[in-house]
Design a protein around this ligand. Structure first.
Ligand SMILES: C[S@@+](CC[C@H](N)C(=O)[O-])C[C@H]1O[C@@H](n2cnc3c(N)ncnc32)[C@H](O)[C@@H]1O
Length: 218
């Protein structure tokens, strides 16, 4: 699929404050299905992933709120927003005083959206592609992961890597709205955040998001 990602995103979204996180505005879509269908048609891939980047997901919203309310976790630190989607969590870290922020996502449209959203919020974020799940990234003090346990394979790989990073001394925080593959052990609860959601992407109008800290010794 060859397309001008920036023009594609701008034409299908509008900038609006994030419910519960009004300090941050994101380029968001109104409806998931038509955009997803358009991407399927453009890519010719019936298994094309959803346009995650066009919505703030509950886990990311809860984690962004937590980071803004508890800036001590990221202030002066080098932060990686893993599976960044719209880039919401990394933007929150930058606004909370992180020394440097990188955002990573395998979807090129998410990478473009992350860059556009960082610019729209006046913060500097370096957007990168996939991480190497076999290695602990260099130059990262804190990893923030919003809503990564929605799919079995994604959760399995991500959680193993996040544990590897925590064992190496990286602080790892996960925002998770009780998704099916959320971690059952090796984490401690820092907070719960009630997040308003839309029926377009969730089956209810609010979700309880847990902020999990990965325990280094497990
Ligand atoms: C449910 S969205 C969460 C986005 C954002 N963190 C939030 O909470 O709004 C999951 C994101 O994970 C990304 N993703 C999937 N597999 C990935 C991988 N191996 N490495 C990095 N990102 C990945 C998807 O492209 C998608 O943007």
């Amino acid at each position: 699929m060859t397309l001008d990602a920036e023009a594609f995103i701008r034409a299908r979204t509008r900038l609006a404050p994030v419910p519960l996180v009004p300090e941050i505005s994101l380029l968001g879509a109104q409806a998931l299905e038509p955009l997803w269908k358009e991407l399927e048609a453009l890519s010719g891939d019936p298994d094309c992933p959803p346009p995650f980047w066009a919505f703030p997901w509950a886990g990311g919203v809860g984690l962004a709120r937590f980071v803004l309310d508890h800036p001590e976790h990221v202030r002066g630190k080098r932060v990686l927003d893993f599976a960044s989607g719209s880039g919401l969590v990394g933007i929150a870290a930058a606004l909370a005083g992180a020394k440097q922020v990188a955002a990573c996502d395998i979807d090129p449209l998410a990478q473009a959206a992350g860059q556009l959203n960082a610019e729209a919020n006046g913060v500097s974020v370096t957007v990168v592609g996939a991480v190497d799940f076999k290695r602990v990234p260099k130059g990262v003090d804190v990893i923030l992961a919003g809503d990564v346990c929605y799919d079995h394979l994604m959760a399995h790989r991500s959680l193993a890597w996040l544990r590897l990073c925590a064992a190496a001394g990286v602080m790892v925080l996960l925002g998770d709205p009780a998704r099916a593959y959320a971690p059952q052990d090796g984490v401690e609860l820092l907070a719960n955040v009630t997040v308003p959601t839309v029926l377009e992407i969730e089956d209810r109008e609010e979700r309880e998001v847990s902020i999990w800290h990965f325990v280094a010794s497990i």
